[in-house]
Design a protein around this ligand. Sequence first.
Ligand SMILES: *[C@@H]1O[C@H](CO)[C@@H](O)[C@H](O)[C@H]1NC(C)=O
Ligand SMILES: *[C@@H]1O[C@H](CO)[C@@H](O)[C@H](O)[C@H]1NC(C)=O
Ligand SMILES: *[C@@H]1O[C@H](CO)[C@@H](O)[C@H](O)[C@H]1NC(C)=O
Ligand SMILES: *[C@@H]1O[C@H](CO)[C@@H](O)[C@H](O)[C@H]1NC(C)=O
Length: 612
Amino acid sequence: MNKQVIFGLLLACILVCISGQDEEDYQESPTVLIALLVRNKAHILPMFLSYLEQQDYPKERISIWLRCDHSNDDSIELLRQWLDNSGDLYHSVSYEFKPEEQSFVNETSPYEWPASRFKHLIALKEEAFQYGRDIWADYVFFLDADVLLTSKDSLKVLTRLQLPIVAPMLISESLYSNFWCGMTEDYYYRRTDEYKEIYHVKKQGSFPVPMVHTAVLVNMNHRAVRNLTFDRNKLVEMQKSRQQEPLYDGPADDIIVFAISANSSGIPLHICNDITFGYILQPLEPGDTLDHDVQQLVNLKSIMVNELGAVPPLLEYYKHLEKKPDKSKLSLDRIFMINLKRRPERREKMERLFDEIGLEAEHFPAVDGKELSTERLLEMGVRFLPGYEDPYHHRAMTMGEIGCFLSHYSIWVLMVRKQLKEVLILEDDIRFEPYFRQNAVRILNQARNAAQYDLIYFGRKRLKDESEPAVENADNLVHAGYSYWTLGYVISLQGALKLLAAKPLDKLIPVDEFLPLMFDRHPNKTWSEAFRKRNLVAFSASPLLLYPIYYTGESGYISDTEDSQQISVETSEEGEARLKSDREQVFDHEQEFKLHPELKLGESLSKSHQEL
Ligand SMILES: *[C@@H]1O[C@H](CO)[C@@H](O)[C@H](O)[C@H]1NC(C)=O
Ligand SMILES: *[C@@H]1O[C@H](CO)[C@@H](O)[C@H](O)[C@H]1NC(C)=O
Ligand SMILES: *[C@@H]1O[C@H](CO)[C@@H](O)[C@H](O)[C@H]1NC(C)=O
Ligand SMILES: *[C@@H]1O[C@H](CO)[C@@H](O)[C@H](O)[C@H]1NC(C)=O
């Protein structure tokens, strides 16, 4: 071959390689130094490292700076395992482990923050920052091991923003997150309305805020960033040299000093909620134990199942460390989850939730309205409540609603047949509140001590703004008023007997209308009179322990009871049966009036200067 041909081929080859690629492909990703400080995080490290490792970002553009000291758990071992398996994938790793130092002098709890600890932490963060400057990293990402970056796109999205300082907004089990929207004169947390707007993604984007922490990406190519510091003395020196007033006189706290240092240098801090980056554990307080963190993880995993469909998997070599709570029946005889055979995806999701929360629940196959027919109902002897019609749409009862009633009914029958004393009945489209297990047991004990109860709503929708007296000698129970939904309720054997004694199949009405009729809080007297004995003792948990996953009108809402085919059955004695419809729309705003918004169950942690 002559030289020209070879040259021509080469040129063609290069052109082919170049065409079809957009400009970005020429650019290497910016280099990132990830600064990791670890102390006693063995319980979360497998998750933390797995999700960090699964970031969709070229590892050869990432350097790791890792320090672990003052730990008395397996943190160092787990970190070594990670470095052995994955260390070589990264551009470089700088690490230092100090297994001999297991705690700080005179420390009574690893969750204390004495000045000596702040000093140590600040020195390390300064060192990491300097290391980032020395290796000319484009970005330094300060990351705590309490952060689960479940979105693989986190690092990519954050670096593309090209902001001087930005934090990925992280979700906790409550309102806690890694940013503040307000700061007081003395540098502490101040509540603002904007905080919730950002946290609940009522507005989306990147917003300047006075504080970000725990997961903070710093753009080292921003000139003013060079002078940022975590060290109070350095900050004050810098302010003096710039003749800035007033000089910083706040605490020697790394995150506060860093935020003020940025502000003094004219650098805004941004919080970004463009995507669901991941989750965060609330810091523990000195009185807390490791169990609090373990429970927080349970809560977060249940949120992950709701939001992501499942808890993202761990790295292969950490899989054996995965911990799931033992399964409990919450001191009840049985827990049933009603699910239609043709909705296996809901069943799967619920079973994942049961696994993560630790509930021993059984699948109970629902009666499918689609398989019912007028003939079949006739055969079963079902008749409809004379004169019933949907109160809001004046529509007949749907086959789905009939199926739903029969499903609940079958469980009541089963209870009586098997003499089950207390049963929790769950539907398959629910979300568990954090600390569900503990709170459910607490509420059951309160109910048992307070009175002979028949039914306890764990989740429901209140339909009337009426008074609901508290149950005597119980902190978290009220006498239920007119309510809808049968998402989750506990029923006693005596309750099941009362419901069956009312012979509801002779005068069928949707199950969530039937229950309020039976505890005599239904506003329609005509229907009430159809049931002579209305002495069901019904309580509701307050606050509630369960919510539906989808509300009507929100994307993704599918109701099996309300969208199914409507029927007009001419078989009931008094003519046409007419039953309820998609009434949720009428009450769209109802869920906003909660009973005692200030009342919070669970071991929610108090944190002096951060949002709860
Ligand atoms: C630890 O406590 C002892 C006794 O109270 C005290 O003498 C010592 O100075 C303390 N050490 C530190 C580092 O605070
Ligand atoms: C950073 O600090 C140096 C001296 O400490 C100063 O000369 C320089 O102007 C500072 N840069 C910025 C952007 O403030
Ligand atoms: C610095 O803080 C002040 C007071 O909170 C604020 O008005 C200003 O916008 C901040 N500057 C930057 C660059 O964020
Ligand atoms: C009760 O229901 C009946 C039959 O649907 C209806 O005619 C009546 O107006 C309702 N009463 C009230 C108070 O809603």
